[in-house]
Design a binder for this molecule. Sequence first.
Ligand code: PLP
Length: 478
Amino acid sequence: MSYRTEEVAYVQPAVQASAPAAQQQRSTAEYRALDAAHHIHPFSDMGALNRSGSRVIVKAEGVYLWDSDGNKVIDGMAGLWCVNVGYGRKELADAAYKQMQELPFYNTFFKTTHPPVIELSALLAELAPAPFNHFFYCNSGSEGNDTVLRIVHHYWAAQGKQSKKVVISRKNGYHGSTIAGGTLGGMGYMHEQMPSKVENIVHIDQPYFFGEAQGNLTPEEFALARAQQLEAKILEIGADNVAAFIGEPFQGAGGVIFPASTYWPEIQRICRKYDILLVADEVIGGFGRTGEWFAHQHFGFEPDLITLAKGLTSGYVPMGAVGLHDRVAKVIIEGGDFNHGLTYSGHPVAAAVAVANLKLLRDEKIVERVKTDTGPYFQKKLRDTFANHPIIGEISGAGLVAGLQLAQDPQARKRFANGGDVGTICRDFCFNGNLIMRATGDRMLLSPPLVINKLEIDEIVTKAKKAIDATAQQLGIS
Ligand SMILES: *Cc1c(COP(=O)(O)O)cnc(C)c1O
């Protein structure tokens, strides 16, 4: 059954001075009716969403979005952790337009290549840490992690170690939503809807101090204990059967969980000791989020593979990639046919946009600014603003990413019994206050575009404070 546009009653949109000239051809009511009639949203309860109606975003500039009613909203999430250079950068649009005219598509399967993918690979090799000189392309972070699995298995098979098959991941990690990405991730609610998971993937506990530390452990002791679960798991399975460990340097979707400094060095030690590949999923952490180009540099470890997406193109077009450390690349290059690829691997338009995006990040010193200026300002402002707040238990983060833990009793690290509901209440207050701040359970997340200035940071923190105060008030806590 199709829903005909003519049947939708036309409602004159409210005209507001702040609305920029957008190509808005329909009223909000009309958009909502059509969206409800024909569009299934990701990670959504469609029945509930269709009853309440989606917010229609029609235009964006810098760190601001405008909806179809003309409301101006500050984007504390950079879209979905991806719009690192901010909205409305003409350089990226020009790169796409020029490339579409010159060579909109050609494949890289059959002994062919093209300038954009060559330029992008060379540029990534320049920007990534020294041992990362080779890149394989795909269209998303999920496909990146599927590709990681393919590379890991080929790496061991090419060396005659076929028994090394098991990949160890973490509960509450996020690695995408293909079947492999969803299995690698540790989100129980996703696993429940996946009766056929990918084999040979197991999970250990996450380094989530506020939520899971028992007794008097310090954050450093707790993180070390969580890292040592990897060693225990390897010994249980047998090192000859373990191929790799994968983790996000800091968990993004899982709540911006930053492990203490003891965690990653111990993970790296264990991986080296048992000859296990170490994979850093840099889909959120990559391209400046923490103030370093890659989040593993922030935590001071050296992975064997890195998964890239999101900030690679600042989300202007889809693209993902996997970076291979020289020691992995060598084996893959000399390992014969690698039977993996996607029609759009190294897509010329995506590659051209990625090059333009990375040049902006580099030449405008955006990453350096996050490290030395806006990042420290953002972190301090959050910590000063929420020190001793009655429902904020912890602030995690570095650079321009932060997690705010909502808690019943911050001092006692006591969480709300209905934490997810509290997060939703707070998120709705943010939304109504024209701030996009995401809730993961009882943690509020911020990850604004990296081009944000201090005034805009002040605006985000002021609006977040207002929403969190309103949440506390609604709960009767002050
Ligand atoms: C978003 C994300 C992915 C999945 O990327 P998609 O482009 O949505 O497939 C994978 N890993 C991490 C860490 C992510 O945040």
